[in-house]
Design a protein around this ligand. Structure first.
Ligand code: BJ8
Length: 425
């Protein structure tokens, strides 16, 4: 198996030496952050296995798909409508961008004062250390933030990139623009795959992705219970894996995990004591293997019960409304669903503080941690409005700005501990 993987990575033009370093670094981190946890659900075994072979089996599946003429479409943002990719017989794969490892590689080209997520993703391509990037036939970017859209121009010099224009406002005119973008994306995917997207295929794809969203909704609903039956770290990992695993298998595994959690809930079995402080994390997405904040919070005895982020509720809260077998209606339903993502790239974006207040109540959160990647101006600015709103609601808030390095871990731990002390009943 190991030799087979090396052969595959070589074919994908991976820098093997650098890649070895990345893999060697990931193992001990996963051991410390995940495998050292006690009382984990048995269903997490699947996710441990996925991470243990993170650049193996799934990449092999993508390669086999490609060998039969299938296409792989890589994405970075939850705005890219994956239903269209599935409907054309291609496989969408969410790219990881959550490691410090690739940041210095990117900094040779990108300005240092760019957010870690952008640097990490660009560094993966520049350093040729990510087989998912290498195995993809098209990378789909978006115009959600300035850093990303300029990075995509540079990425486009290294690999085929298509950029979707995400509007910045939520007006009727913006909705029309976005609808047009969805139609244009359909053409791009049809051209890439040589497959016409029919109403029947799109209907099946809508159903496939909705089922995964429903499984994630079921999963998150179980986190509303006190004591919570699964750690925030495990929940985050399961959500992160949803971005690149096969949608059907992912739905099955999530539902199997939920069956187990149902039993835990019925037995009153939790991963943390009933009175452990419950934290809602809100803000920038946490791409795999970014487990930094969750690890810090949960090693102080608190538990993360929800993420209002794109590696959390924004990923699955809304379904695409079924639109029968009318292609135009289906495309409209897709456009409408995606415009409902309350990313900080929008102005105004008052729905997001509303969401955080609602989620804090639903998940019985004792406090909110606003997580902001350094140099992400949209989320940093939105944190100001968020702070005012949460103060009005009487919900304690801690604002954190960080990156992927461990340099500030000690300082963050101290701030988190002080926050938890303050919110303890
Ligand atoms: S829909 S949150 S996944 S854009 S953290 S790169 S915004 S500077 S990731 Fe996102 Fe789509 Fe929005 Fe979600 Fe820029 Fe900010 Fe970095 Fe960001």
């Amino acid at each position: 198996m190991a030799n087979e993987n090396v052969r595959m990575w070589t074919e994908l033009n991976i820098d093997l030496k650098s890649h070895d370093m990345l893999m060697n670094a990931l193992g001990p981190i996963f051991q410390e952050v995940y495998l050292s946890q006690k009382n984990r659900p048995a269903g997490m075994g699947f996710y441990d296995f996925v991470v243990g072979d993170i650049h193996g089996i799934r990449v092999k599946e993508l390669r086999e798909h490609a060998k039969t003429g299938g296409k792989v479409v890589a994405t970075y943002c939850v705005f890219v409508p994956e239903e269209l990719v599935w409907a054309a017989g291609a496989i969408p794969v969410g790219l990881c961008a959550g490691t410090q490892f690739s940041v210095p590689i990117a900094e040779e080209v990108l300005p240092r004062n760019t957010c870690a997520l952008i640097k990490s993703s660009f560094g993966f391509k520049l350093g040729r250390v990510c087989p998912y990037v290498q195995a993809s036939h098209l990378i789909v970017g978006e115009t959600t933030c300035d850093g990303k859209k300029k990075m995509f121009e540079m990425l486009g010099q290294l690999q085929p990139v298509y950029v979707m224009e995400v509007p910045n406002k939520k007006t009727e005119r913006s909705r029309e623009l976005w609808h047009g973008e969805v139609l244009a994306f359909k053409d791009v995917i049809e051209q890439l795959t040589g497959t016409k997207i029919t109403a029947k295929k799109l209907g099946q794809a809508i159903d496939l992705v909705n089922k995964r969203r429903l499984a994630l909704q079921r999963f998150y609903n179980l986190r509303k219970v006190r004591p919570v039956p699964i750690s925030g770290k495990d929940a985050l990992l399961a959500t992160q894996v949803s971005f690149y695993d096969d949608a059907q298998r992912d739905t099955q595994m999530l539902n199997a995990l939920c069956d187990e959690l149902d039993k835990r809930v019925a037995a009153g079995q939790g991963v943390a004591p009933k009175n452990a402080p419950r934290i809602l994390v809100s803000g920038s997405p946490m791409a795999i293997p970014n487990w930094k904040l969750h690890h810090l919070v949960e090693s102080t005895g608190a538990v993360v019960v929800c993420e209002e982020s794109c590696t959390g509720t924004r990923f699955f809260s809304d379904l695409v409304k079924p639109a029968g077998d009318n292609l135009d209606e289906q495309l409209k339903a897709i456009a409408d669903r995606y415009m409902n993502i309350h990313c900080a790239c929008f102005t105004p974006n008052d729905e997001r503080p509303d969401d955080v207040v609602r989620l804090a109540k639903e998940y019985q959160a004792d406090g909110v941690i606003h997580y902001n990647l350094q140099f992400c101006h949209t989320y940093a600015n939105e944190a100001v409005k968020m702070a005012k709103r949460l103060e009005k609601e009487g919900i304690p808030l801690l604002r954190i700005e960080t990156d992927y390095s461990d340099e500030d871990a000690g300082q963050l731990r101290t701030r988190i501990e002080a926050f938890l002390e303050m919110i303890k009943h």
